[in-house]
Design a protein around this ligand. Structure first.
Ligand code: ADP
Ligand code: MG
Length: 479
């Protein structure tokens, strides 16, 4: 970014809480049902019906608060946020305003220089989602689907502490990882269960006062967050450098055109006429409740990462990747505990070969066609020199295709490594004899040719010769 301007970003992340029923009604929250089959009278906003708070959402919000070192309010209050929109039949959204359930939290990311950086979490409050307008099913009119109305959301608001699109994504990924560790959200971004609004401004470096911000609504992928913010930064700098002023407004990101567009001028809080919802009691929590929730906290990503470095001797960057999801971390631990191979080798295989296959097929590690114990079995054969790392990749692919365990495949395909140095020596002799020109060049100083000879020996042995032995014997014979 051009040195003169400093970027300031704050995120509002909406995460859908993974309850079976809605925040104020008994209707199901399951995704993908036929329109309006999962909206009861409360969700439809009928007069005379009363909301009843789902106790589970309170427990989940408290769990999140404790996980990010925040204060869990002993008293919080639901408020009505009044506005008109076709997907909001009540004419107001029930949210929390002055007294949210979670305040003053924090988490840590790596900044653009790779240093640990604290990002403040201003608050997290509970609210209900709205329904949605459907513009594709009817020729001349729009439909309204209220299945999503009343779905519980936790809105997590950051301090304006982020200084680049990359930092914003790192922060969002961390929140994503935490809510999934806590099992309070499935974090499914395609289904809209995890999305964010990005508030972006720029100011001359050194200036204390914040610049005027634009808010980019409803970003539902990490890539879009990064691209939308970067577009917006460029746009704002250009506006100011051309002598204009950034206006406070709400913008939409168009991923096809990769640009943000103005949607409406920014509304102020008092436009919403917030007031405490008279249909709902304040949420009052005691210490015993909060401590009981604390006792359910799992080991969180940062702590797990530190343990992986200390206990398994992993590189910090690898421990960070492995602990992004709890399922992946669990898989790793089973492999590392079971295999006699070194723990870093296990990490390399999961981060490398396994992840790329999972990505290619678009499946989660829980659905991996190679279980953790089976991968451990493969690594054992590398560790005890039965096969080389290169042959192991062939075995790995065969395991993925369902040909059996590593041992079965090595046996059936005859892949056992040749470690008999006599056998390797005679192949080396034959290869040198067949390539006298290259041998002479090597001897006159062109040592790069060693790779050529290694390749020839490997070709002769179908890749099965022990690479370290081949290298050593070749060097001896060529000198
Ligand atoms: P609103 O409720 O109107 O959306 P808030 O003051 O609650 O506004 O802030 C919403 C988000 O915008 C927060 O994440 C906050 O950190 C961020 N934010 C506020 N001012 C700025 C600014 N000037 N530049 C960038 N982000 C900002
Ligand atoms: Mg906002």
């Amino acid at each position: 970014m051009s040195g003169h301007w400093e970027v300031v970003i704050g995120l509002e992340i909406h995460t859908q809480l993974a309850t079976k029923s809605k925040i104020f009604s008994g209707a199901s929250t399951a995704y993908g049902a036929d329109p309006n089959t999962q909206a009861c009278l409360v969700d439809l906003g009928y007069p005379g019906v009363l909301p009843v708070l789902n106790a589970e959402v309170v427990r989940m919000a408290a769990k999140f608060g404790l996980a990010v070192n925040a204060t869990v309010a002993r008293r919080s209050v639901f408020a009505r946020k009044n506005y008109f929109y076709p997907d909001l039949p009540k004419g107001y959204q029930i949210s929390q305003y002055e007294l949210p359930i979670v305040e003053y939290g924090e988490l840590f990311i790596r900044d653009d220089e790779g240093r640990e950086k604290r990002v403040g979490i201003t608050r997290a409050h509970l609210e209900e989602d709205a329904g949605k307008s459907v513009h594709t099913s009817f020729a001349k009119s729009s439909g309204i689907d209220l299945n999503r109305a009343g779905t519980p959301l936790l809105e997590i608001v950051s301090e304006p502490d982020l200084r680049s699109a990359r930092e914003a994504v790192a922060y969002m990924r961390k929140i994503h990882s935490i809510v999934r560790y806590l099992e309070i959200s499935d974090g499914n971004m395609q289904e809209g269960s995890f999305r964010c609004d990005a508030n972006v401004s720029v100011r001359p470096r050194g200036q204390e006062e914040l610049g005027t911000r634009a808010e980019i609504k409803n970003l539902n992928s990490f890539r879009f967050v990064e691209r939308a913010i970067n577009f917006e930064i460029e746009r704002q700098i250009e506006v100011i450098e051309d002598g204009g002023e950034v206006v406070q407004e709400t913008r939409l990101y168009d991923s096809d055109k990769d640009e943000t567009r103005s949607m409406r001028s920014k509304e102020e809080a008092n436009d919403y006429r917030y007031f405490p919802d008279p249909d709902l009691l304040p949420v009052e929590l005691d210490d015993a409740f909060v401590e009981a929730v604390r006792a359910t906290l799992p080991e969180l990503p940062d702590a797990k990462q530190e343990r992986f470095v200390a206990h398994y001797g992993l590189k910090a960057a690898d421990a960070e990747i492995l602990t992004t999801s709890r399922a992946q971390a669990d898989y790793y631990e089973v492999v590392a505990e079971k295999t006699s191979a070194n723990a870093q080798l296990a990490a390399n295989w999961i981060i490398g070969d396994l992840s790329s296959l999972l990505n290619k097929e678009g499946i989660d590690i829980q659905e991996s066609r190679i279980g953790a114990a089976d991968l451990a079995g493969l690594l054992d054969r590398i560790a005890d020199n039965t096969i080389s790392g290169k042959i192991a990749k062939e075995v790995f692919d065969a395991m993925w295709s369902g040909e059996g365990s590593a041992d079965q495949i090595i046996e059936a395909r005859g892949l056992k490594q040749i470690t008999d140095s006599g056998a390797i020596e005679s192949i080396v002799d034959a290869v040198i004899e067949a390539n006298p020109g290259q041998a002479a060049e090597y001897r006159s100083g062109k040592e790069k040719l060693l790779g050529f000879f290694v390749g020839q020996v490997m070709k002769e042995t179908g890749g099965k010769a022990n690479p370290a032995q081949v290298n050593q014997i070749l060097k001896e014979k060529l000198e």
